[in-house]
Design a protein around this ligand. Structure first.
Ligand SMILES: Cc1ncc(COP(=O)(O)O)c(C=O)c1O
Length: 485
C-alpha cells in the first residue's frame, strides 16, 4: 500500500469559501439570536482550509518522529516533512540550491532567531521603519543599533528618507528589515527596490512577509540579482494552516557559519565531551523534535493557494477591498486610516474609527450585536498607530503612565477589519450595516469598560460557551481580551 498525500485539485478563488473549516458556524448575539460568524480578522489569524485538514488527516496514520527513526513510518514522514520545506521555499521563489528553509513556530520566533544569529558587533546598524509590527522591531532593538524610518502623512514608509539612510549607513549597516505588508494599513513596501538599495550599501534585507505571503505572490529572485531578498519570514496560522509553524528562509552560507541560536538534539553531526560538530541547515537551525504536522499543514496550504493562483487571490481581495472602501467612505462619522485609493499598493486591511467612540466599544458592538470578528487597539504596532492617530509626545507620555498604573481605558487605537481569500461582498455588507447602526447610535446594548484591559462588555451577554464547543468548559469569562497581532 502506498500513501497518497492530498494533491490539490485546480480550484477557483470562489471554491475556497466552501473549503473554510467553520465557515457557517453560528455564534450567539446579544439579542438571543444566532448568526453565521462574519470573519474579518484574517490579519490576526485565518481559519483553516479543508484541504489542509484533509492533508493532516491523511498524514496522521503515517505520523512518526522524523530524521532519526529507522522504521517505515519515520522514513516516510521524513520524506513528507523535507518535501514540505521545499514546497514553501518554492512558494516564495527561493533558490533552494543556495538557500535553506527553517521551520520555527511563527514569524516572531523567526525574527528573534535571525536577530540572535546575526551576532551583531557594537555599532552595527539595522534600518527598519515605524510601520513595523513589534516582531520586526523589538528583536532588532535588542541586538543592534536600530534606525527607524518615519512615515509620510498617508502612512507609507518615507522611502526617500530610507534610501538616503541606507546610503549613509554604508560600513555599519548590516540589514534593512521591512514588512512586506503592514498589519494596520495593508501598505506593501517596494521590497525589491529596498533590496537593491541595501545591497548597494553592502547590507542585506529581511522581509517580514507575515501579512504579504497570504495575499501576494512572492519571488525572492536569484541570489545574484541585486533586487534579491536575502531573508524572509512568514506564519502558517495566517495562511489557512493554523498548526503552529513559522518559516525563515535565508542563505545556507549564512546559517552554515557560526553556532545555531538554539542547541540540543538534531543540530549536530557528532558530539564529544568538549565539542559539537553542527549539522547542515535547516537541521542545524531546527533544534529538538520539530512540529512535523505544522509543516505538512503549511505545505498543503501553499499547494492549495498555488492551485488557485496567488494572482487570482490578489485580484479577488483587491476587488473586495475597493468595494469595502467605497461603502465605508459613505458612512458618516467613520474615519479611515492609510490609503483608501490606489489599492493595488495594499493588501486587504481596513483600519478605522467611529468619531467620538472608543475603538474597543465599536469592536465589542460589532462582535456581540453583529457576530462580526474584528480586532481593535494598536495591533502590536504602537508607534505606527500612534503616528497615524497623531498622538503627540505629551499625550503619549500620559497614556503610557496610565497603562503603567494599570489603566488601559484611554489607550488610543483603531478597529481593523481584514480580508482573506474566502471573504465575499456579503461579509463587507454585514460590517457596513452594523457600522451604520453604531455610527448612528442605533446599537442596542449597554456596555461597561474594564479599565484593566480597556475592553467593553455588554451587560447581560452571558454565553454558555460549552454549548458551542465542548472544549470551552465553563464558565468562561465574559470576554477575553488581550492585545495581539
Ligand atoms: C506584519 C506582521 N509581522 C509579524 C507578525 C507576527 O506574527 P506571529 O504572531 O505569527 O509571530 C504579525 C502578526 O500579526 C504581523 O502582522
Amino acid at each position: 500500500m502506498h500513501t497518497k498525500l492530498t494533491a490539490a485539485a485546480p480550484a477557483k478563488v470562489e471554491d475556497l469559501r466552501r473549503e473554510i473549516v467553520g465557515i457557517d458556524t453560528l455564534v450567539p448575539l446579544l439579542d438571543g439570536t444566532e448568526r453565521s460568524y462574519v470573519f474579518l480578522d484574517n490579519a490576526a489569524s485565518t481559519p483553516a482550509l479543508r484541504s489542509v485538514l484533509n492533508a493532516v488527516e491523511e498524514f496522521l496514520p503515517w505520523y512518526s518522529g522524523v530524521h532519526r527513526g529507522t522504521g517505515f513510518k519515520s522514513i516516510l514522514a521524513t520524506g513528507v516533512f523535507d518535501a514540505a520545506h521545499d514546497a514553501i521555499g518554492k512558494f516564495v521563489g527561493a533558490d533552494l540550491e543556495r538557500n535553506t528553509v527553517v521551520f520555527t513556530k511563527n514569524t516572531t520566533e523567526c525574527v528573534n532567531r535571525l536577530a540572535n544569529r546575526f551576532r551583531f558587533a557594537p555599532g552595527d546598524t539595522v534600518i527598519t521603519t515605524i510601520m513595523e509590527h513589534h516582531s520586526n522591531d523589538l528583536p532588532w532593538r535588542k541586538n543592534a543599533r536600530v534606525i527607524h524610518i518615519g512615515i509620510t502623512p498617508d502612512g507609507h514608509p518615507d522611502l526617500a528618507a530610507m534610501k538616503a539612510a541606507i546610503a549613509r549607513g554604508k560600513g555599519s549597516l548590516r540589514l534593512v528589515a521591512v514588512s512586506g505588508a503592514s498589519n494596520i494599513t495593508g501598505i506593501c513596501s517596494p521590497i525589491h527596490d529596498i533590496a537593491a538599495w541595501a545591497h548597494a550599501s553592502g547590507a542585506g534585507i529581511f522581509v517580514d512577509a507575515a501579512q504579504l505571503a497570504p495575499h501576494r505572490a512572492i519571488n525572492m529572485l536569484p541570489d545574484d540579482d541585486p533586487r534579491h531578498i536575502d531573508f524572509l519570514a512568514l506564519s502558517a496560522h495566517k495562511m489557512y494552516a493554523p498548526f503552529g509553524t513559522g518559516v525563515l528562509v535565508g542563505p545556507k552560507e549564512f546559517f552554515n557559519a557560526g553556532d545555531p541560536d538554539l542547541v540540543g538534539g538534531g543540530v549536530v553531526d557528532i558530539v564529544t565531551l568538549d565539542r559539537a560538530v553542527w549539522n547542515r541547515p535547516p537541521h542545524k537551525e531546527e533544534a529538538g523534535s520539530p512540529n512535523v504536522i505544522g509543516g505538512v499543514a503549511l505545505a498543503a496550504a501553499v499547494r492549495r493557494l498555488e492551485s488557485v493562483g496567488m494572482d487570482a487571490i490578489a485580484a479577488h481581495e483587491q476587488e473586495l477591498l475597493a468595494y469595502g472602501y467605497a461603502r465605508l467612505k459613505r458612512i458618516k462619522n467613520v474615519l479611515l486610516y492609510g490609503p483608501t485609493d490606489h489599492l493595488e499598493e495594499k493588501v486587504g486591511v481596513m483600519a478605522f474609527n467611529v468619531e467620538g467612540m472608543h475603538h474597543s466599544l465599536v469592536a465589542a458592538i460589532l462582535g456581540v450585536e453583529g457576530g462580526i470578528g474584528v480586532r481593535d487597539g494598536c495591533f502590536c504596532a504602537h508607534p505606527y498607530v500612534k503616528e497615524l492617530l497623531h498622538v503627540g509626545p505629551e499625550a503619549d507620555r500620559v497614556f503610557t503612565e496610565e497603562v503603567m498604573s494599570g489603566n488601559k481605558s484611554n489607550m488610543p487605537g483603531m478597529v481593523r477589519a481584514s480580508l482573506g481569500c474566502y471573504n465575499i461582498r456579503e461579509d463587507i455588507d454585514a460590517l457596513v450595516e452594523m457600522l451604520e447602526r453604531v455610527a448612528g447610535g442605533a446599537y442596542r446594548g449597554t456596555y461597561d469598560q474594564d479599565p484593566a484591559t480597556g475592553a467593553f462588555h455588554a451587560r447581560g451577554y452571558h454565553v454558555d460557551f460549552a454549548r458551542y464547543c465542548s472544549l470551552a468548559g465553563q464558565p468562561f469569562p465574559d470576554r477575553i481580551h488581550s492585545e495581539a497581532s
